[in-house]
Each structure stands twice: as C-alpha cells, then as structure tokens.
Design a protein around this ligand. Structure first.
Ligand code: VGL
Ligand code: ZN
Length: 205
C-alpha cells in the first residue's frame, strides 16, 4: 500500500513566517492536488508538524548561538534557528490554504533535542508514532513532500529508507532552506544516492 507524507507545511516555514523558506507557498497548490488524489483513491495521508516548546534549545535565543551557525546540543551538531513552530502558536499551524490532513505526527517536543525526521529525534533516542501508523496500514511505499528539502524532508526520507520503505520524493512539492545555495541539490542527490526515487508531481497525477 502507498501513503503520502506531508512534511511541516506550517506558517513559520511559509512566506512571512519566522523561518520562511523561499517560495514555500508555490508548493501549496501542488500539494493540495496530491492530497486530493490520495483522498480519491482512499490512500493514507499523514502530516508532520514541527512542535517545539518555547524553551526549545535549537532556538538561538535559548542557546546563545547566532542564527544559522552550527553549535553543539547535547553532543550533537545543531544549527541555531530563529524561534519557530512553538506549540499552539499561529506559526505552528498548517498553512491556511492546505487541505485538511487528519493524521498528524508531532515532533521536536523535547527541549533538549531537535527532530528533523518524522520517525525519530536527531539522536534516534525516541521514535514517534509514524512507523506504527504506517505498519498498521500495511504501507510499503511512501510519497514524501514538503518543507524543508534540506532538513525535515531529507531526514524523514533517509529514515524511511533505513526502515525499508520504497520512497518517492516529489521534488516540485519541496522547497529548501538553503543556508548554502547548493543545499537543495546536495540533499536531493544524497536521497537519490541512498535509494529514493526523485519524481515530479506530474508523474503521479
Ligand atoms: C525544519 C529547521 C528547523 C524543517 C524544522 O521542517 O525542515 N528546519 N526545524
Ligand atoms: Zn524546528
């Protein structure tokens, strides 16, 4: 069975948000068409939400680092981010034009560790419910899209490959943070090299 994973299409990552990804809103109409396609075919759709407490230590302001620089958080390399996707804030809500998604996975809730992947935190200390939901529905193949190509999409895709799913990345429905201008290309190349299929929405719908 196939499932769609919609990664972090939240206000703070969209135009005007605190960690806005360039041209993020361009993926909304494409994503909505794909959601409609999965709904029409009675296929599972799961959305992930970055869902940080206000004191999350990936926030530069809580760790004394400079935004965009890399430091260490509990022995792991950590980019210091502007405050974003704080639990129950407007910035953490899905983009208002995104069609409804019923199954939601929350990640990044532990202030001591960041969580880019929808499956595990960055230290792989704890897992979310994502794997259990997918196995319960006999899912073997994933279609993944969203924000951001070089962080949460990439890490969700790499963990899905490790967990032996067939993984398709819908690249025209992803946008990257691009702290360095090549990060999007590097991320797509890495996902492809590790076994993901990089596809376009028109290959699907
Ligand atoms: C993300 C940076 C920090 C993402 C989340 O959704 O890609 N990026 N937190
Ligand atoms: Zn985050």
């Amino acid at each position: 069975m196939k499932a769609l994973i919609v990664v972090d299409i939240q206000n703070d990552f969209c135009d005007g948000g605190s960690l806005a990804v360039k041209n993020a809103s361009e993926i909304i109409p494409i994503t909505n068409k794909i959601i409609q396609f999965f709904n029409k075919n009675n296929l599972l759709i799961v959305g992930t939400k970055d869902w940080h407490p206000d004191n999350h230590k990936s926030f530069a302001i809580n760790s004394g680092g400079e935004i965009g620089e890399v430091g260490l958080l509990n022995h792991l390399p950590q980019v210091w981010w502007p405050k974003h996707c704080v639990q129950n804030s407007f910035g953490a809500e899905f983009h208002p034009e995104l069609l409804e998604i019923k199954n939601i996975i929350y990640k990044g809730t532990d202030p001591e560790i960041d969580s880019y992947s929808g499956f595990f935190d960055n230290g792989k200390l704890k897992k979310t419910e994502l794997f259990d939901i997918l196995t319960k529905h006999n899912i073997t193949e994933l279609f993944i899209l969203g924000l951001a190509t070089d962080y949460c999409v990439k890490h969700t895709v790499l963990d899905a490959l490790d967990l032996k799913f067939k993984v398709n990345v819908i690249s025209d429905a992803c946008k990257a943070v691009n702290l360095s201008p090549d990060d999007s290309t590097l991320a797509l190349n890495e996902m492809k090299q590790k076994g993901a299929y990089i596809i376009q929405s028109e290959d699907l719908i």
